[in-house]
Design a binder for this molecule. Structure first.
Ligand code: DGL
Length: 291
């Protein structure tokens, strides 16, 4: 049984195979592919399973309860597919579901498996990047509202001032293949302006959403000179590499074949078509239902 907010969820006990398996990478949709590609660049030897809950994306505007429930279902599915380790490549899921899954679900589901998020690896490097000690975070409304970035940053760097700005129209721009279109300029400039208006001493801005690296050319255009933009793909990949080095007992449970299998909760054709925006290559994908 797990508790989120006022509601209780009952989970059946499950048995998962203890054989080695692929590393699972989960996102609400396509955005996690930006993280996956950096992970695969850094750690090409492992097998991966990518699961996108495209049928229920976006998560960014959903409640804590729903994001937790959907993410828990995805983690269970990836465990059932044999993944000993799952990366929540989605900031919203990392912000709203990771802690509950680690604390309440893992001990019941399988205490030997691990679920890791993307927020901690992203903030770990921030202390060495900012000189002014004023940092901005651009993310979905859900991630900003969760306060996860300021909380995680203050655990490591209590002296840093953090301001967040929700960018609710950036994910739809990317999803609709308009990231580099003329219409994107208005909303890129708007949210950057709103963030910097809150604190003009910000010298470092974290892109706290999987989709935002695809807006990077526009973000760089409207970000004032001298402000460092931090994308998280390479940071997450580096952190995973370090994690596997420090945890040989997990490393031996991750199979090495260099493969990647893609799963989506939407139609296969739709995923393959849009995934090419993120990956620049055709992918073979299978449909799954989460419940
Ligand atoms: N993957 C989500 C994130 O990183 C963005 C898309 C969504 O809202 O589902 O926050």
């Amino acid at each position: 049984m797990g508790r989120v907010g006022e509601r209780l969820f009952f989970f059946p006990m499950q048995q998962f195979s203890s054989l080695p398996g692929p590393i699972g990478v989960f996102d609400s949709g396509y955005g996690g592919l930006t993280i996956l590609s950096k992970i695969r660049e850094a750690l090409p030897q492992y097998d991966y399973v990518y699961l996108g809950d495209n049928a229920r994306a976006p998560y960014g505007t959903r409640s804590f309860e729903i994001v937790y429930e959907f993410t828990r279902q995805a983690v269970c599915r990836l465990f059932a597919m044999g993944c000993p380790l799952v990366i929540l490549a989605c900031n919203t899921a990392s912000a709203k579901a990771l802690r509950s899954i680690q604390q309440h679900d893992l001990p019941r589901l399988d205490a030997t498996r691990r679920v890791l998020g993307v927020i901690r690896p992203t903030v770990e490097s921030i202390g060495a990047v900012t000189h002014s000690r004023h940092v901005g975070v651009l993310a979905t409304a859900g991630t900003i509202k969760s306060e996860s970035y300021p909380l995680e940053i203050h655990k490591l760097f209590p002296d840093i001032t953090v301001y967040g700005q929700a960018c609710p129209l950036w994910v739809p721009l990317v999803e609709n293949n308009e990231a580099l279109g003329d219409g994107a300029d208005y909303f890129v400039r708007k949210y950057i302006g709103e963030l910097l208006h809150k604190d003009d001493r910000i010298d470092t801005v974290i892109l706290g959403c999987t989709h935002y690296p695809l807006l990077l050319p526009k973000i760089q255009r409207y970000m004032p000179a001298g402000i460092r933009v931090v994308a998280q793909g390479e940071l997450v990949a580096g952190s995973l590499k370090d994690y596997l080095r420090r945890h040989p007992e997990m490393d031996v449970r991750c199979t090495r074949g260099g493969t990647c299998t893609y799963y989506t909760t939407e139609a296969e054709e739709k995923f393959s078509e849009s995934a090419s925006t993120f990956l620049n290559e055709a992918v073979e994908v299978h449909r799954v239902t989460l419940e």
